[in-house]
Ligand binder design. Structure first.
Ligand code: FUB
Length: 352
């Protein structure tokens, strides 16, 4: 069977199965590993010039064994891949290192998740890493081609903190989302963006943290405004609470479907990818459901993109490394929006 027909059949079958079983019943479907030769995580995927490009953190067997605050996620560079044609079957090319710690003077360690946006034929790679003070900041690097190489600015973007940048391109406007809890340090900044010297982690019943959003300046190099919380609300309009397995933890990603903005994110310890829907890039976003149930490994981190009329979910798991949480592998699988705008939940493969 041709792959596009196979994918369509899988999606159609998945949708029917989900509808028959109830909206939140996860469907099992094919998911392709993108780069079996090595470990790579936090995939950020976009179509540039008709081709799919995937930017990943590059996991490796670091000697760091301290798991406090995610120290074992000790990455030192990013890779860029392209996929010809159908992301589920097309040939994957590894274009090598997109950006290395050696070339970014402000970075001390831990190059965590990244994303890339295109504007006027230039490509801007946003990345999170710890600075010389141990604080996570977000930097930007520029290239003339999607495959790089990217040249980093000597300083991080002013006013940024925490981790996991993701950029939404909305017409002529570009919005930067970021923020992750615990090792990602978001709890050290309240909604006023001010760094606290000592900030307790939230406990059950506290108002849950939300990712941050700010418009980028026209040159893509700085924030055009102070970051604000992209609120995630329940159906009654209340902020989700710490202790809710669907509350925000890290990995924001926003895609536009029709005239709605879909914020997807990881829930951390409950190991879900969830979505929330809003009418503006700033939110508020109303909780919608689960996109992906737990994968093998502790983290997962997603990107969602459309190519040739089909939507795709990119994510990672630790199955190929036998469950080592800091040795992850990126995958892609079709994603389905139902006619009512809800998303069909995909089985992440961990089982009960
Ligand atoms: O890869 C390091 C961190 O783990 C990312 O920044 C998070 O999203 C999680 O995937």
């Amino acid at each position: 069977m041709r792959h596009d027909i196979l994918a369509a059949t899988l999606v159609g079958t998945a949708m029917l199965a989900a509808l028959a079983a109830g909206a939140e019943e996860p469907v099992r479907q094919e998911a392709r590993y993108l780069w079996p030769a090595d470990y790579n995580a936090d995939p950020a995927a976009h179509v540039f010039n008709g081709k799919t490009y995937v930017y990943t953190s590059h996991d490796w067997a670091s000697p760091v064994t301290d798991h406090t605050d995610g120290a074992h996620y000790d990455m030192r560079d990013y890779h860029v891949f392209s996929i010809d044609g159908d992301p589920m079957t097309g040939e994957v090319t590894d274009h090598g290192v997109a950006l290395s710690i050696e070339n970014v003077p402000w970075v001390a360690k831990q190059m965590w998740a990244t994303d890339v946006a295109e504007k006027d034929g230039k490509y801007y790679l946003y990345f999170s890493a710890r600075d010389l003070n141990g604080l996570f900041r977000i930097g930007v690097a520029v290239a003339d081609k999607p495959e790089g190489p990217f040249k980093a600015n000597p300083d991080p973007i002013r006013g940024t903190y925490s981790i996991d940048p993701a950029v939404l391109t909305d017409g002529d406007d570009y919005y930067l989302y970021f923020g992750g809890l615990n090792g990602g340090q978001n709890q050290r900044y309240d909604d006023d963006n001010i760094l606290r010297e000592c900030a307790p982690r939230p406990v059950n019943g506290d108002t849950a943290f939300c990712p941050r959003v700010a418009k980028l300046t026209p040159d893509m190099m700085q924030l055009a405004e102070a970051p604000r919380p992209a609120l995630i609300l329940d159906k009654d309009g209340n902020r989700l609470l710490e202790g809710d397995p669907h509350r925000y933890f890290e990995a924001p990603w926003v895609h536009k479907y029709g005239d709605k903005y879909y914020l997807t994110y990881s829930t951390g310890g409950s190991h879900l990818i969830c979505y929330a829907v809003g009418d503006s890039p700033y939110g508020p976003f109303t909780y919608g459901g689960e996109v992906l149930t737990p994968v093998v490994g502790w983290t997962t981190h997603q990107a969602i993109m459309e190519k040739d009329g089909q939507w795709y979910l990119f994510f990672h798991d630790s199955a190929p490394s036998g469950g080592v949480s800091s040795l992850r592998s990126s995958r892609v699988t079709p994603l389905t929006h139902r006619p009512d705008g809800s998303i069909v939940t995909i089985d992440g493969g961990k089982g009960k």
